[in-house]
Write a protein that binds this ligand. Structure first.
Ligand code: AKB
Length: 316
């Protein structure tokens, strides 16, 4: 049975990953690291928690030692658009937290999962069906930290045997916690506007394709890669994973099947457009499928049905 520390457990991925990990490994075996408010409702009653600023190695060290942790989910990050406005913060949070987690993992023999992203690619990368191993010259600080993170994680594995594993997440669409400061956030926000009966203003142009993924598939990816048989892994940091690729018109038209009067207009945010234009249209995830049987369950239409069902039943 794993003993897991989630660093950044109150963010978009962490708040749902913590629930799933507790279902699988037991509530007391999943320690939710938190840094600053707001905390999800009942956060402190749902299981063990620890206050942790992952940029401080002592705090990571004490949490891992005190709770006898053997696996770290390192989710601390500043997303692409926010990091671009504050590159030093993006670098410090992304890199310092990772270095600290890796150093502590080396000491205590822990496995480490750190998400990479489609942001680890850049304009020189092949845009369609982007291969697993290809050119990685990102033009954002977020992407640079992701490439560094992949390299550093492989380095710790090759040099010291630290069991580092990772996936390159697309934009993640979820109905629980809103993302913040990402380039792909529009694909979440559009659902909230549709369900509330409000017009949606899209910050990226029609024809801007990016890979996206529904949260249940993203959680499966994060859990299955850490459970994968190590002897089958030819790659580690980091696997392309994919389930759907769309542009704003495609998601708008899918939502309109449920809300025929829904209106979308465009007001392009130059920063988000620049970032989106530098990222791939779609990834080839065949290595993940071959090496650890990755298999997503949701496409655009199935996800849309579920998002609308969940959000419309909840007061948002
Ligand atoms: C972002 O838009 O910054 C993230 C990502 C694709 O990594 N959602």
């Amino acid at each position: 049975m794993k003993r897991i520390l989630i660093v950044g457990s109150t963010g978009q991925i962490g708040s749902e990953l913590s629930v799933r990990l507790r279902e699988i490994y037991g509530t007391d075996n999943v320690i939710c690291g938190y840094f600053k408010p707001p905390y999800p409702e009942n956060f402190f009653e749902l299981g063990p928690t620890v206050e942790i600023d992952a940029t401080d190695v002592k705090q990571v060290y004490h949490a891992v030692r005190e709770y006898n942790v053997d696996t770290i989910y390192n989710l601390a990050a500043i997303l692409s658009a926010t990091a671009e406005k504050c590159p030093k913060l993006g670098w410090d949070v992304g890199m310092q937290s990772l270095m600290n987690c890796l150093d502590v993992a080396k000491e205590f023999n822990c496995g480490v999962f750190t998400p990479s992203s489609i942001g680890a690619f850049g304009p020189e990368t092949p845009k369609d069906k982007t291969p697993q191993d290809t050119i990685q010259r990102p033009k954002t600080i977020y992407g640079i930290t992701k490439v560094m993170g992949e390299l550093l994680s492989d380095y710790y594995f090759e040099r010291w045997g630290v069991d580092t594993r990772s996936v390159r997440f697309p934009g993640i669409i979820s109905n629980m916690t809103l993302p913040g400061g990402g380039t792909t956030d529009y694909a979440v926000e559009i659902f909230y506007n549709a369900v509330k009966g409000e017009k949606f203003t899209c910050p990226v142009k029609a024809g801007t394709f990016m890979d996206m993924m529904y949260m249940p598939d993203a959680l499966n990816a994060a859990i299955e890669i850490m459970e994968a048989d190590a002897s089958r892994l030819k790659h580690r940091n980091s696997f392309n994973v994919a389930s759907m690729s769309f542009d704003p018109e495609m998601i708008y038209n899918e939502i309109k099947k449920h809300y025929p009067n829904f209106v979308m207009e465009y007001n392009v945010d130059p920063l988000k457009q620049r970032i989106a234009d530098s990222w791939p249209n779609s990834l080839d995830d065949s290595c993940a499928r071959n090496e650890w049987d990755w298999q997503p369950k949701y496409d655009l239409s199935k996800m849309t049905v579920d998002m609308i069902d969940v959000l419309s039943k909840r007061k948002i």
